[in-house]
Design a protein around this ligand. Structure first.
Ligand SMILES: [Zn+2]
Length: 338
C-alpha cells in the first residue's frame, strides 16, 4: 500500500510517500480501507520523536474513517464493507483497568500512530474494540477527522465534573482540542468564554456559541472575572506556561482546571495559597476511554457537536495539510481524502 512514512525523527519535513507492506489483521483485528483521515499536533510531535516510534519506517496518524476490508481470526460482528470510525486509543484489553473501561490507565496505553502504524496510509489494522459504526448521515470528511480531539475534549469536561449552567473558560481556542471543547461544553449545557491571541478566532468562537472572548496575550483574568460574575467554574487548558497564571486567576472558589497538554512548555509555577484558599482542583487528562469516545461520536452524529472542516487535501498532498497545521492558521479540522 501507499503510505506517508517517517524514516527518522527530524520533523514534519521527513514525511515521505512510499510503498510499504499492506498490514494483515491478526486474531481479533480488522483491516480498514481508509476513506478519510485527520491530522493532529500529535502527528507533528511523533515526527520530532516526541515520542519516537518503536521502529522505522513508521506510519503516523491517529484519526480515520473507512470501510472494513479484511477481518482476522475470531472476529464476530464485522464484515467487509462495514463503514467505521477508528478510535485511536490502544491498550492491552486484558488488565483490570481495561476490563473496567479505564483503558487510559492501562500500563500499555498508547495512541494509534504513536508506536503502532497509524492512519496516514491506505489501510490501518486495529482491534475490533477500536471500531465504531459510522452513521450513514455523517460525512466522510467529518467522520475521519474529529475523533481524537473530540474524545479528548469530552473526557476533560467529564474529569472536571461539568454540570449544566456552569461557566467554562477555554484557553487558546484555536487548537484542535480547544475548539472542540467549546462545542462539547455548549452541548453539555455550559456557558462558555474563550481566549485567543487572534481576534478572528475569538470571532469564530462567538459564532459557534461562545458568550465572549479575551486576548490570551494580556492579563485576561480580570476581564474574565468582571464578565463572569467573579470567575469561571472550569478552565480547559493546554497552552501551559504562557497562560497558566491567568488561567489559575480566572477561576472562582472551588474551580477545576483540566489540562491535556502544554503547547508553550512543560513547567509552570504554582501559588500554593491560591490553590488552597480558593480550594482549586488541577486535573490531568489524556485521550478518552472507549465509552467516552462512543459518547463523543454520538454527540457529533446527532448534530449536538458541529465539527468545523478547515480544508480538504488529497492524500498525495499531505505536506500542504501539515504546513497549514504548523502555521496555526487553521480553524477546524484538515481532511486527508483518498
Ligand atoms: Zn490494559
Amino acid at each position: 500500500m501507499k503510505a506517508w512514512i517517517l524514516e527518522d525523527t527530524n520533523g514534519p519535513e521527513s514525511f515521505t510517500l512510499a510503498e510499504v507492506e499492506t498490514p494483515e489483521p491478526g486474531p481479533g483485528e480488522v483491516r480498514v480501507e481508509i476513506v478519510t483521515s485527520g491530522l493532529n499536533h500529535l502527528d507533528l510531535w511523533v515526527s520530532r520523536g516526541l515520542p519516537a516510534p518503536d521502529s522505522f519506517p513508521h506510519v503516523a496518524g491517529g484519526d480515520a474513517a473507512g470501510k472494513v476490508d479484511a477481518v482476522g481470526d475470531g472476529v464476530d460482528g464485522w464484515e467487509k464493507g462495514d463503514e467505521v470510525i477508528v478510535d485511536p486509543s490502544l491498550s492491552c484489553g486484558e488488565c483490570d483497568q481495561c476490563k473496567h473501561d479505564e483503558i487510559v490507565y492501562c500500563d500499555s496505553f498508547s495512541i494509534l500512530g504513536e508506536h503502532r502504524p497509524g492512519t496516514l496510509g491506505e489501510f490501518v489494522v486495529v482491534p475490533t474494540r477500536n471500531l465504531r459504526p459510522k452513521h450513514p448521515d455523517l460525512s466522510w470528511d467529518v467522520a475521519g477527522t474529529f475523533g481524537l480531539a473530540t474524545g479528548t475534549a469530552y473526557r476533560m469536561l467529564k474529569r472536571a465534573r461539568l454540570r449544566g449552567g456552569e461557566r467554562v473558560l477555554v484557553v487558546g481556542v484555536g487548537g484542535g482540542v480547544s475548539s472542540t471543547a467549546l462545542q462539547v461544553a455548549r452541548a453539555l449545557g455550559a456557558r462558555v468564554w474563550v481566549t485567543s491571541r487572534s481576534p478572528d478566532k475569538i470571532e469564530w468562537a462567538k459564532q459557534h456559541g461562545a458568550e465572549g472572548g479575551f486576548d490570551s496575550s494580556g492579563d485576561f483574568s480580570k476581564e474574565v472575572k468582571g464578565t463572569t460574575d467573579g470567575g469561571v467554574d472550569i478552565v480547559i487548558e493546554n497552552v501551559g506556561p504562557a497562560t497558566w497564571d491567568q488561567s489559575i486567576r480566572s477561576m472562582r472558589k472551588g474551580g477545576r482546571m483540566a489540562i491535556c497538554g502544554g503547547t508553550t512548555g512543560s513547567k509552570v509555577e504554582l501559588s500554593l495559597p491560591a490553590l488552597f484558599f480558593k480550594q482549586l482542583e488541577i486535573i490531568g487528562s489524556s485521550m478518552a476511554t472507549h465509552s467516552q469516545f462512543a459518547r463523543a461520536v454520538h454527540m457529533v452524529e446527532s448534530g449536538g457537536v458541529p465539527i468545523a472542516v478547515d480544508s480538504v487535501h488529497d492524500f498525495e498532498r499531505l505536506p500542504d495539510a501539515i504546513s497549514r497545521l504548523e502555521s496555526g492558521e487553521q480553524m477546524g479540522k484538515m481532511v486527508i481524502r483518498r
